[in-house]
Ligand binder design. Structure first.
Ligand code: NAD
Length: 411
């Protein structure tokens, strides 16, 4: 990924549009956000000192419906990152067939340096000061630095302001405050459903070997399902290191080990490798599920997997991708592989609007249907334009967004 994530997303837009001959006015409209909000949050800290925080919300494009998605609270947040994330969400929602546009927001702050009380005041102030919001406009969810707990504060503050309950106005809330079941496992489960489909299409063997970098929410849930389904998980890595066993790793026991020790390292019966070695072990399927830019021009030639499922956002750089493409490695892009949480968030809004709450089986079955359809549409677009799944996914999204813009009379 280049230094500026917004420029990276514009470069992908340009290339996908060239491949499919997308209307230049669609490209023009998608090259700029619809609405950018930047504001300050002055706050008295516990010690009486006044601190002023910078906050953002980008409602990138709403041709397909109200905007929605996460709120990032990190110390190095900048507007270009928020714009890029809002744009990616616009594409991700369209890929996944979600009737929503893309939005993203955040606060430039380090939650680890705030007391619990300061953090709650900051999150509540963010919602109070956010100028444009609501279930039919823009729905903030969680992202890095936010969680179900912060989303419950957001909901409570929003409902206090409005004077009525409005659960569909905030996403990623706990199920106890009108959230949805299944949000924790949504992304890993979605990645598993897509992997199953791609494996069928590529004719990979039953019990194919899998390596997974990242054993957090996404990696762990995907690993558990793949293991249960008979795939052989041979390597797993986290921030502390990696483990390898050509005979296969018992993922359920590994979860117990991680819950006890905090890391996959030293799991009995495995050999120690580095977390970067996980990307290069002998296997058919690789799930980078940790951080961005781990497969680059430096290590792409050493990747042995035939299939890479991008569970993290942007784990393969464009330079790394060029080498992998040349070698015939299939990459299923992040906008498709990890769209499970975006799908379940959309279900959360639907449940909030209808005041009807689904059981876990219903949520997961609807997720399976939606993400499988997204994969099929992506594969068809890739085939039609003789391109990769990455561009197939973007073309699928641009086609839907472009049609909506035309019907609305924007272009
Ligand atoms: P998490 O914090 O629960 O887990 C991250 C895992 O990656 C941990 O095992 C951690 O030890 C490991 N890790 C962190 N830094 C690493 C590094 N430099 N090298 C190797 N391993 C490292 O995060 P998560 O929710 O599982 O998300 C994983 C990735 O998926 C992120 O890139 C995230 O943006 C993306 N993603 C997550 C969701 C979601 O619903 N959680 C949705 C879409 C995309």
């Amino acid at each position: 990924m280049s230094a500026n994530p917004f420029e990276t997303s514009l470069a992908t837009l340009k290339k996908a549009s060239e491949i499919a001959g997308v209307d230049p006015n669609v490209v023009k409209m998608l090259s700029q956000p619809k609405r950018v909000m930047e504001f300050t949050i002055p706050m008295k800290m516990d010690n009486g000192e006044l601190q002023i925080f910078t906050a953002y919300r980008v409602q990138y494009n709403d041709a397909l419906g109200q905007t929605k998605d996460g709120t990032r609270v990190v110390p190095d947040l900048d507007l270009d990152t928020v714009k890029a994330l809002g744009f990616w969400m616009t594409i991700k929602h369209a890929v996944a067939g979600i009737p929503a546009g893309g939005g993203k927001g955040g606060i430039k702050a380090d939650p680890r340096e705030l007391s619990e009380g300061e953090y709650e005041r900051l999150i509540r102030a963010y919602i109070r000061k956010l100028p444009v919001k609501g279930a039919w406009v823009d729905i903030p969810g969680a992202d890095i630095g936010t969680s179900a707990k912060t989303q419950a504060w957001m909901l409570d503050e929003y409902e206090e302001i409005m004077g009525f309950h409005s659960p569909a106005a905030i996403n990623d809330k706990p199920a106890e405050v009108n959230g949805t079941l299944g949000s924790t496992e949504a992304t890993g489960t979605g990645a598993y459903y897509v992997t199953k489909e791609v494996v069928k299409d590529l004719g990979l063997p039953a019990g194919a070997r899998v390596a997974i970098q990242g054993f957090g929410n996404v990696g762990r849930n995907a690993a558990l399902l793949l293991h249960k389904d008979g795939f052989k998980v041979v390597a797993v890595g986290d921030i502390y290191g990696g483990i390898y066993s050509p005979e296969g790793i018992d993922v359920e026991k590994l979860v117990e080990h991680v819950n006890k020790t905090g890391s996959v390292v030293d799991f009995p019966g495995t050999s120690k490798i580095s977390t970067m070695d996980v990307l290069e072990v002998d296997c058919e399927i690789l799930l980078p599920a940790a951080v961005q830019s781990v497969i680059t021009e430096k290590n792409a030639a050493n990747v042995k997997a035939k299939l890479i499922m991008e569970c993290a956002n942007g784990p393969v750089t464009p330079e790394g991708e060029a080498i992998l493409e040349e070698r015939g490695v299939t990459i299923v892009p992040d906008v498709l592989t990890n769209c499970g949480s975006a799908i379940v968030c959309s279900f959360e809004r639907t449940q909030g609007l209808t005041d009807t709450y689904w059981d876990l089986e219903t949520v997961l079955e609807k997720l399976r249907e939606r993400i499988t359809k997204a994969y099929r549409e992506t594969a068809e677009a890739a085939k039609k334009y003789n391109t990769t799944y990455r561009y197939g996914a973007w073309i699928n999204a641009l086609t839907k967004i472009g049609k909506a813009m035309k019907f609305r009379g924007w272009i």
